[in-house]
Structures are given as C-alpha cells and as structure tokens.
Design a protein around this ligand. Structure first.
Ligand SMILES: NC(=O)c1ccc[n+]([C@@H]2O[C@H](COP(=O)([O-])OP(=O)(O)OC[C@H]3O[C@@H](n4cnc5c(N)ncnc54)[C@H](OP(=O)(O)O)[C@@H]3O)[C@@H](O)[C@H]2O)c1
Length: 256
C-alpha cells in the first residue's frame, strides 16, 4: 500500500501542553501547519513562544458555542485542514465513598468523550473534502483496563475507544482514516499532580517526546492503533489485567 502523504494542516485540541504540545512540535518539524487550542491563553502563549509558527486559538471544546466558533474559523482560515487530533483531556482521582466524590463528573465526561465526538462530527464535512484526511482519537491504555482511582476518566476513555471503532467502520473506504492513539503513563500535568508527586513518579513514566516519537513511527507505517509502552499489553489482555493494575482496596463498610 502506498503510504499516505504527510498532513498539510493539523488541529490538536489541548495542544499547548504535554502530549499535544509534543505532537505539535514533531508535526511542525515535518512541515505541517499546526493549530492548537485550549482554554488558557497563557498556556497557548507559552506554546507559541516555544514553537515559532504555531497557530493558537482559545477554545473550551466542551462549550457548544466555542466549538462552533472554532469550526467556523477553521473553515474560513484553514479550509485545507486534513488532520484532527482529539487530544484534550482531564483526569480526576475519586474516592467513591467520600463527600463530593462525583463533583465535576459531567465536565470530565464532556472533555474526554462528548467533545471529541461532537468536534469530529462538526469537522467531518471539511475533512471529507480533502484528498486524504485523518482523525486521531487520543484514548489511553486505561481504555482497555481501568485504574479504579480514576473511574470516570477510564469509563470515558473506554467510551472513546468504542466510538472510534464505530467511526472507523463507518468511514472505511472513504478518504478519512480513523486512528486511535493510546499512550501509556506519560510524565505530563494530567491529573493535576503536584511537582513533588510528578518527580517521584517520573521514573515509572514515559516522557512525552519518547511517547510521541513511538506513536508517529506507527502512524507513518499506516497503523490504525498507535499503541505505545504498556498499551499493547492492555489492549490484548484488557480486563484480565484489572486485578494486577488494582490491588484490593478496603473501603470502609465493604465486605472483606
Ligand atoms: N499523561 C498520561 O499518562 C496519559 C496517558 C494516556 C492518555 N493520556 C491522554 O493524553 C491527552 C493529553 O494529556 P496530557 O497527558 O498531555 O496532559 P495535559 O498536559 O494536562 O494536557 C491536557 C490538555 O488539555 C487541555 N484541555 C483540558 N480541558 C480542555 C477543554 N475543556 N477544552 C480545551 N482544552 C482542554 C489543557 O489545556 P487548558 O487547561 O488550557 O484547557 C491541556 O493543554 C489526554 O487526552 C489524556 O487523557 C495521557
């Protein structure tokens, strides 16, 4: 099979930091025009300072009106968009028997699941006009086997994996290729970890540059699932690994 051409113009949601910023860096280096969006102008400005040529746009992808504005702006200013990366995400750790354990549940589902679906739907007509286009869903190894302390996040990522399978099936044979990128644990700000916590766990995590380099090697090879680090094992064995990922936890009042 002939390898598809490199993307001309990419939109990466949540691309001012972490994995998204690294994707932006590596695609810019390959000559792709890259647009990133996020909620914080300060983070976008820092990304622009780091990556000359980067185009940024403030957008909360969970906000219907903001998403519609983004889509209209892209149609007017970047009608050659041929790559959408649904990367924006958030992870909240929850202890289910504590007060406020489910605060912010709707927002967590919105950014990790609903917004990628709706942004994809809104940009699909534009993507379908290109000779070749890609949609990349950034899920997680935890889509296949959850970590129990992030129950809503893992459920949303499992939902995104499921949606991606259906989307790919329905777009098979069209010019739009649907790709899932499932990173392993990567050293980023995800989960609002403290600097101390990040420093302690960094040794057990992949760096964003290593993760993205590995993912793009698979992308270049035409893979539809960019599974990095521990993710292939999680994809293969799924819930069979649940007990290994989640040592028994004693909730007060739970049966022994
Ligand atoms: N790090 C890991 O271990 C890991 C593992 C597997 C999968 N992932 C996935 O990788 C993706 C990137 O995460 P990361 O690790 O790079 O963490 P990160 O640095 O915290 O990146 C998340 C980005 O999403 C943006 N964002 C959050 N809510 C948003 C919203 N409503 N609208 C627009 N942008 C929003 C944030 O910017 P603002 O706050 O400025 O909006 C931020 O730039 C996520 O989907 C995550 O689930 C990460």
């Amino acid at each position: 099979m002939t390898a598809p051409p490199a993307p001309t113009c990419a939109l990466i949601t949540g691309g001012a930091t972490g994995i998204g910023l690294e994707l932006a860096r590596q695609w810019l280096a390959r000559g792709t025009r890259v647009i990133v969006c996020g909620r914080r102008e300060a983070a976008l400005a820092a990304a622009r300072a780091e990556l000359p040529g980067l185009v940024t746009r403030v957008c909360d992808v969970t906000d219907d009106a903001a998403r519609a504005d983004l889509v209209a702006w892209i149609g007017a200013e970047h009608p050659d968009l041929d790559l959408l990366v649904n990367n924006a995400g958030a992870q909240v750790h929850r202890v289910i028997d504590q007060p406020q354990a489910f605060a912010g549940t709707a927002e967590e589902i919105a950014v990790n699941l609903t917004a990628p679906i709706l942004l994809t739907a809104a940009l699909l007509p534009l993507l379908r006009r290109q000779p070749h286009a890609w949609i990349i869903m950034v899920s997680s190894g935890l889509a296949f086997a959850p970590i129990a302390h992030a129950p809503v996040y893992c459920a949303a990522k499992a939902g995104l994996h499921s949606f991606t399978l259906s989307l790919r099936h329905q777009l098979r044979g069209t010019s739009v290729q649907v790709v899932e990128f499932a990173p392993p644990a990567v050293d980023t700000a995800l989960g609002n970890r403290s600097d101390e916590n990040r420093a302690a766990s960094a040794a057990h995590m992949m760096s964003a540059p290593d993760c993205v380099t590995a993912a793009l090697a698979r992308f270049d090879a035409g893979d539809e699932e960019l599974l990095v680090g521990t993710s292939p094992m999680l994809r293969e064995k799924g819930e069979a690994l649940f007990a290994m990922l989640n040592p028994p936890m004693a909730l007060p009042g739970a049966a022994p």
